[in-house]
Ligand binder design. Structure first.
Ligand code: SAM
Length: 235
C-alpha cells in the first residue's frame, strides 16, 4: 500500500514537471533542448520542505528558510539558457540555496562549483545533491561575493543573488569566451545582465530584462543588516 502511494507520488510529480515545462518555460521562450531536458529531469519537489512539496512546480519562488528562496522555475531555466552552457564547461554558481539550480547546471556542464554562505543550507544542499547521484557538483561554504578563486577559471558564472555592481573577482575568474549572468540594481529594482569575455579580455555587457533576487551579502555585494531596508552596497 505504502509502495503504491510512493509510485503515485512519483508519477504525479512527473506530470506536474511536464506541465511546468510546457506552460512556464516553452511558452515563455525557453527553447534550448538541453535546458528543457534538465528541467524535466530534476525533481524540484526534493529541494523544498515537505510542507511545500505540492507547490514545488508552481510559477513562483518558494521559501527555503533563513530568509532565502529557491528561484522560480522560469528564472532558473532562463539563467541557464542565457549562460549558453556547453557540455565541456566548468561552471561557478554563487548562491547554492536549496541545491536545485546546481543540479540543473550539473546536467548541463562537465563540472559545477556552487558556493553558499549559510552553513545549514550548504549542508542540506550537499545531502540532496549526493542523494541524486551528482558527482560533478561540488558545494563550498564560502563568501561567494569574492567568487571562488581556488577552482577558477570558469566558462560560466551564474549569480543567484543581486549586487549593486559586478564584483570584480568574477571578471578575474572568467575564462576567455566565458559568460557571467548576474542580477544588478537596487534592492527592489534589478536587471539580469550577461557579461561576455571577448578576445580574451574586454567584457561585453547585455541587459536581459527585469528580475528580483535576494541580496548578495559580502564585501563585494551588500552589507548584512537585520533590517533589510537598511541594505547598503559593500566595497
Ligand atoms: N540557486 C538557488 C536554488 O536553486 O535554490 C537559489 C538561491 S537563493 C535565490 C540565493 C542564495 O544566495 C541564498 O541561499 C543566499 O544565502 C546565497 N548568498 C547570498 N550572498 C551570498 C554570498 N556572498 N556567498 C554565497 N552565497 C550567498
Amino acid at each position: 500500500m505504502t509502495h503504491q502511494a510512493a509510485d503515485y507520488d512519483i508519477d504525479r510529480f512527473a506530470v506536474l514537471r511536464e506541465r511546468m515545462v510546457e506552460e512556464q518555460l516553452r511558452r515563455r521562450g525557453i527553447h534550448d533542448p538541453r535546458v528543457i531536458q534538465a528541467m524535466l529531469e530534476i525533481p524540484r519537489h526534493e529541494f523544498v520542505d515537505a510542507s511545500h512539496r505540492d507547490l514545488a512546480y508552481c510559477d513562483m519562488p518558494l521559501s527555503i528558510g533563513f530568509g532565502q528562496t529557491i528561484s522560480q522555475p522560469f528564472t532558473v531555466a532562463f539563467m541557464c539558457q542565457e549562460a549558453q552552457i556547453k557540455p565541456e564547461d566548468k561552471v561557478l554558481e554563487v548562491g547554492t540555496g536549496s541545491g536545485y539550480g546546481a543540479c540543473v547546471l550539473g546536467k548541463l556542464a562537465r563540472e559545477v562549483h556552487t558556493v553558499e554562505r549559510i552553513p545549514e543550507l550548504a549542508k542540506q544542499a550537499e545531502r540532496r545533491i549526493r542523494k541524486l547521484g551528482f558527482s560533478n557538483v561540488h558545494v563550498h561554504l564560502a563568501n561567494g561575493s569574492l567568487g571562488y578563486a581556488a577552482e577558477a577559471p570558469y566558462d560560466a558564472i551564474i549569480v543567484t543573488a543581486s549586487a549593486a555592481k559586478l564584483p570584480e573577482p568574477y571578471a578575474d575568474q572568467l575564462a576567455s569566451g566565458g559568460r557571467i549572468i548576474i542580477p544588478i540594481g537596487s534592492h527592489y529594482d534589478q536587471s539580469l545582465y550577461r557579461f561576455t569575455r571577448r578576445n580574451g579580455k574586454e567584457l561585453f555587457v547585455e541587459d536581459l530584462g527585469g528580475f528580483l533576487f535576494v541580496p548578495l551579502i559580502g564585501e563585494k555585494g551588500w552589507q548584512e543588516r537585520t533590517d533589510e531596508s537598511q541594505l547598503r552596497p559593500g566595497r
